[in-house]
Design a protein around this ligand. Structure first.
Ligand code: UD1
Ligand code: MG
Length: 429
C-alpha cells in the first residue's frame, strides 16, 4: 500500500517550559520525534515532518540522523494550528497518515491498526477517566459527528470522556479538498485539523472511529508527561531485554538507553545506568555502575564503576571506583580506585589500586600503552604519552615519565628515612 506519513512538529510546545524544542526532548536517549520517525519508517518510506518553531535547529537535527525525511515549513504567522500545518503540503501517495510529533510511545503495531483501515477517514479515540486538555469526540447514534476542542466546549461537552488521540488515516484527496476550507473561527483563532471530521460528516463520508491504547497514544505536553512517558518506555525496553535473556535485579532502579544492545546472558544489578548505544555481552554489571557508549564482553564491572564513551573491555575485571575512558582493555584486572583514560592495556596485566593515567596536560590528550603481563603497583602515575612494554613491573608509588622496556622494573621513589624516637620527642608527654 502506498502511504504518505506526515508528522506535525511545528508547535511551540509552550507547556514544556523549555528553550529546547519539545520534539527534541529525549525519551530513553532518543528525541521524541525520532522515536516516531523510526516507528513510522516501518510502514512507509515517504515521511514528511512539519516544522516552524526553531525551524533550522530541528531541521538540522533531523538531517544529522536521517537522509530521506522531507521537511515542510508551516507559515505559523498566518496559519497557526494543526490545520495550518498542512496548508500548502502536497503528498504523493493516495493515502495519508497524520501523526503528532509529541507521541513518543507510538508503535508500529498501533499505527498499523490505523493504516489498515479502508474508510475514507479513520480517526483515533481514547476513552479517558480524565479527558482534560484533549478535543472531545461528539458521537451520535454510534457515529462520529465532530471533534470539539476543550476551549470551545460547552459545559455538557466537557464531561465527554471519548477524546481525540490526534492521529488520522485518510485519503490524500480529502486533505486536498478540506484543508483549504478550514477557518479559524474558534476560541484559539487557530486552524484546527480536527475540523475535517465535521466536513467529512457533512459530505456523508464514513468516519471510522478506532479506539486506541492510552499508553501508545499518550501525548507529551509538559515535563510531567515527559517523565511518565519515560517510565513507560523504560518498562518496555527492560521487559524486552529480560525476555531476550538479561537478568535484572530490581529493574525499576535500572536505566537503559533504547540504543543499547545485549548478547547472551548479562546480569545488571540495582541502580545500573546504561547510556547510549552500548553493546554488552555475557557480563556482570554490579550495583550503581554507569556505562556510556562502550562495548563490554565477558567482564565484571563495578560496583560503582564509571565506563565512559568509546571504551572496549573484554575478559576483564573492573572494580569499585574505577573510571575508564576511551580505552581498550583485554584480559585486565583493575580492581580499585583508578583512572584509565586514552589507553590500551593488554592481556594478563594487573592495575593496582589508585593507578592513574595522566592523559591531559591542560592542552591536549595523550595515549598510554601498556603491554602484556605488566604488574603496575598501587598509586602509580603514568604520565602520557608513555609506553610500558610486555613483561614489566612498576613499583608501587612510581611516577612513570619514560617508556619502560620489556622485562624491566621501573621504580621512582624518595628513599625512606627512619628517625628513631621522633614520636616521643615531638609529643613530649
Ligand atoms: C491536538 C488536537 C486535539 C487532540 C490532541 C491529542 C487539534 C486542533 N487538536 O491538541 O483534538 O485531543 O491533539 O494530543 O488538532 N502543531 C503544528 N503546528 C501548529 C500547532 C501544533 O505542527 O501550529 C503540532 C505540534 O508540534 C504537536 C501537534 O501538532 O506535535 C499537536 O499540537 P498540540 O498543540 O500539542 O495540540 P493539542 O492541544 O494537544
Ligand atoms: Mg499535544
Amino acid at each position: 500500500m502506498s502511504l504518505s506519513v506526515v508528522i506535525l512538529a511545528a508547535g511551540k510546545g509552550t507547556r514544556m517550559k523549555s528553550q529546547k524544542p519539545k520534539v527534541l526532548h529525549t525519551i530513553s536517549g532518543k528525541p521524541m520525534l525520532f522515536h516516531i520517525i523510526d516507528e513510522a519508517s516501518k510502514l512507509s518510506d515517504d515521511i514528511t515532518v512539519v516544522l516552524s518553531h526553531q525551524f533550522d535547529h530541528v531541521k538540522g537535527e533531523i538531517e544529522k540522523s536521517y537522509k530521506n525525511i522531507k521537511i515542510h515549513k508551516q507559515d505559523t504567522q498566518n496559519f497557526p494550528g494543526t490545520g495550518g500545518a498542512l496548508k500548502g503540503l502536497k503528498l504523493s501517495s493516495k493515502r495519508a497518515l497524520i501523526l503528532n510529533g509529541d507521541m513518543p510511545l507510538i508503535t508500529q503495531e498501533s499505527l498499523e491498526q490505523l493504516a489498515n483501515s479502508t474508510a475514507p477517514i479513520a480517526m483515533t479515540i481514547l476513552n479517558l477517566e480524565d479527558p482534560n486538555g484533549y478535543g472531545r469526540v461528539i458521537i451520535k447514534d454510534g457515529s462520529v459527528e465532530e471533534i470539539v476542542e476543550q476551549k470551545d466546549c460547552t459545559q455538557e461537552q466537557l464531561a465527554i470522556q471519548s477524546v481525540n488521540a490526534g492521529v488520522y488515516a485518510l485519503d490524500t484527496e480529502l486533505l486536498n479538498r478540506f484543508i483549504p476550507q478550514i477557518d479559524n473561527n474558534n476560541a484559539q483563532k487557530e486552524y484546527y485539523l480536527t475540523d475535517i471530521i465535521k466536513m467529512a460528516k457533512e459530505s456523508n463520508l464514513t468516519i471510522e472511529p478506532i479506539v486506541v491504547n492510552a499508553k501508545d497514544y499518550m501525548g507529551v505536553n509538559s515535563k510531567v508527561d515527559l517523565a511518565n512517558a519515560e517510565a513507560i518506555m523504560q518498562e518496555r525496553i527492560k521487559n524486552r531485554l529480560m525476555l531476550e535473556g538479561v537478568i535484572m535485579r530490581n529493574p525499576q532502579s535500572i536505566y537503559i538507553d533504547c540504543r543499547a544492545s545485549f548478547i547472551g546472558e548479562t546480569v545488571l544489578e540495582n541502580g545500573v545506568t546504561i547510556e547510549g548505544p552500548c553493546e554488552i555481552e555475557n557480563s556482570h554489571i554490579k550495583a550503581y555502575s554507569v556505562i556510556e557508549e562502550s562495548k563490554i564482553s565477558n567482564s565484571s564491572i563495578g560496583p560503582m564503576a564509571h565506563i565512559r564513551p568509546k571504551s572496549t573491555i573484554r575478559d576483564s575485571h573492573i572494580g569499585n571506583f574505577v573510571e575508564v575512558k576511551k580505552s581498550t582493555l583485554n584480559d585486565v584486572k583493575a580492581g580499585h580506585l583508578s583512572y584509565l583514560g586514552d589507553s590500551t592495556i593488554e592481556s594478563g596485566t594487573n592495575i593496582g589500586a589508585g593507578v592513574i593515567t595522566c592523559n591531559y596536560d591542560g592542552k591536549a590528550k595523550y595515549q598510554t600503552k601498556i603491554g602484556k603481563n605488566v604488574f603496575i603497583g598501587s598509586d602509580s602515575q603514568l604520565v602520557a604519552p608513555v609506553t610500558i612494554e610486555d613483561n614489566t613491573m612498576i613499583a608501587a608509588g612510581t611516577t612513570v615519565t619514560e617508556n619502560v622496556p620489556s622485562g624491566a622494573l621501573a621504580i621512582s621513589r624518595v628513599k625512606q628515612k627512619i628517625v628513631n624516637s621522633f614520636f616521643h620527642k615531638f609529643f613530649k608527654k
